[in-house]
Design a binder for this molecule. Structure first.
Ligand code: SF4
Ligand code: SF4
Length: 387
């Protein structure tokens, strides 16, 4: 059965049709009010988690805080009690613990004053506050979900649709998966199998600064260990002991000299992620809705401390109660759109071509939706309804 995906394009008739007005129309179309209203008598502790991503320091293409404010105001109007939230990162950046994360959120405009709700880090002060949720799927029997998501009664998931180093791209499924997992849950999903391809490494050292675990060093190639030309040159080495598999180093290496060990790791990665997304919404049937923003479709996710130019023009805002249909619709829009930058796998201005696969042919982004559908998270078939 196909799901309905509501779509607002970005054309504006007048001031009453700005992006905030479009968000309101989408929330109304998707039935947000009924989803977030308290269901129990009294309902004082029935909280609504509004999942966002506050952006790493230096990134400037995370979602605008006023978008979150608009959704939060609508939740309050409907009688819900919202809080804005995200989880700590695996890597040692400026969102690694709740203190740094909140400071980054405030710096980026996500203050209670702007968003009109408390800002809460969902997995506690150091990413350890979690609940084990049984899923009994191919990769995991149970998943580690941040406690605040478990304790909320309803959820509204706000996702920036953009590229991702390992997942190909990230939308609602990825936001649920990595974004609702505790520290242990993020380790589960990543897998520690990052390797340096010695022949491709030019010893530039860029990756050293990107690794907040200090797991990378430059070492001279020893006699007899590699082909003649490389002897004596410096090459990057990863310490298996220190590496937490966060993939940050892969985002900076211009030589494509960093990859993952197993040949099918990209499919396995998106499957692990999708199982976490499945776990994140268990127990909230009929009480979750999703908005995806196909704006600033950057090659990297918002965990990068920079923002590259977008792959396609801004395309719109979409909403659904089905995250699989929603991500499929966003993927199709990006695929159909003319490209803004030449990509190695699909040349110039590649309308009708999967830009994410063109950018990173080794990734298996589309498999997120295939696998999500196979485990019953939703439907890849959708009807697009303009609002
Ligand atoms: S792995 Fe890449 S970034 Fe690191 S030193 Fe080698 S070429 Fe430079
Ligand atoms: S994946 Fe790369 S950046 Fe992350 S911990 Fe391992 S070596 Fe460091």
């Amino acid at each position: 059965m196909s799901a309905t995906v509501y779509y607002a394009d970005l054309h504006v008739k007048d001031a009453t049709d700005n992006r905030l007005a479009k968000i309101s129309r989408l929330c109304q179309a998707v039935g947000l009010a009924a989803l977030v209203q308290p269901k129990k008598r009294g309902g004082a502790d029935e909280l609504v988690a509004v999942k966002a991503h506050f952006g790493e320091r230096g990134n400037d293409t995370y979602l605008h805080p006023t978008f979150a404010r608009q959704v939060i105001d609508l939740i309050k109007e409907a009688g819900g009690k919202p809080f804005l939230t995200d989880t700590c990162t695996l890597y040692n950046g400026m969102r690694h613990n709740a203190v740094d994360h909140l400071e980054t959120a405030y710096l980026h405009g996500f203050t209670p004053y702007v968003v009109n709700a408390p800002v809460v880090i969902a997995d506690g002060i150091i990413g350890m506050s979690e609940e084990l949720v049984p899923v009994d799927l191919k990769h995991f029997k149970e998943v580690h979900i941040a406690r605040a998501f478990r304790e909320a009664s309803a959820m509204v998931v706000l996702s920036h649709f953009k590229g991702h180093q390992m997942g190909g791209f990230g939308g609602a499924i990825k936001n649920l998966a990595m974004g609702c997992a505790s520290y242990a849950g993020k380790i589960d999903q990543h897998g520690r199998n990052v390797v340096i391809y010695e022949e491709a490494c030019i010893g530039c050292g860029l990756c050293l600064d990107s690794c907040r675990q200090e797991a990378i060093s430059l070492k001279k190639v020893e006699e007899g260990k590699t082909k003649g030309k490389a002897k004596g040159k410096k090459k990057a080495k990863i310490s298996k002991k220190k590496c937490i598999g966060c993939y940050e180093c892969m985002t900076v290496c211009k030589q494509k000299a960093i990859g993952v060990e197993q040949p099918d790791e990209h499919s396995a990665f998106v499957e692990r992620m999708t199982e976490y997304a499945y776990g994140a919404v268990q127990g909230k049937e009929g009480r979750v809705c999703y908005l995806n923003f196909v704006l600033n479709v950057t090659p990297q996710c918002d965990c990068a401390g920079w923002s590259d130019p977008a792959l396609v023009p801004d395309l719109g805002i979409l909403a659904s109660v089905d995250p699989v249909a929603l991500d499929t619709a966003c993927f199709d829009l990006v695929k159909a759109a003319p490209g803004l930058v030449p990509l190695p796998g699909c040349g110039d201005h590649c309308a009708g071509v999967d830009k994410f696969a063109g950018l990173r042919p080794e990734t298996r982004g589309f498999h997120q939706m295939e696998y999500a559908q196979s485990i019953g998270m939703g439907s890849m078939a959708y009807k697009l309804k303009k609002v």
